[in-house]
Design a protein around this ligand. Sequence first.
Ligand SMILES: [Zn+2]
Ligand SMILES: [Zn+2]
Length: 183
Amino acid sequence: MKFTVAELEREAVDFDESLVPGTIDFVDDMRQLDVVHTAGRADLLKEHRGPGEIVPDIRVRAALQTRMEVPCARCLEPVEQAIDTSFDLIFRPIGVDGEGADRSITTSETEIGYYEGDGLLLEDVLREQVLLALPAKTLCSEDCKGLCVECGRNRNTDPCDCAHAPADPRWSSLETIRSRVKP
Ligand SMILES: [Zn+2]
Ligand SMILES: [Zn+2]
């Protein structure tokens, strides 16, 4: 679904969409388990920047629900994540802010994005919002033992004989930091 400036010039667009898996392109290691349901409104905000200079910003406010499957950060087993979020975003025409305006959305400026050409694809907005809603690191359980660094087996379900194998260095450094910060 595309919101075009020409269409929004006439009137705001209310939408209520259920996007089946496959409509939005997610990276290979995650899977969409349910429809992405979204309902909200897109409208045009005319930013007056000076005499005769009006920037047509597209504002999208909506709620979003879906279920995703992402790999556990330690053992790589798929973990289901329910997403239920809402957003209120403003998209400017790409290039309007001068050099470097096409930078991706940074954490300090999450509310501003950019659109290219004559409008904005709802699918692109939803993809980004789903990714933002997912935790930075997903674990199947807090005490997931991860994969054995020696033989690669899943130590939660398939205990191996590599009893004296050193802990995964990636995690041991983290453990060290944790033990330092703990009171
Ligand atoms: Zn795990
Ligand atoms: Zn092992």
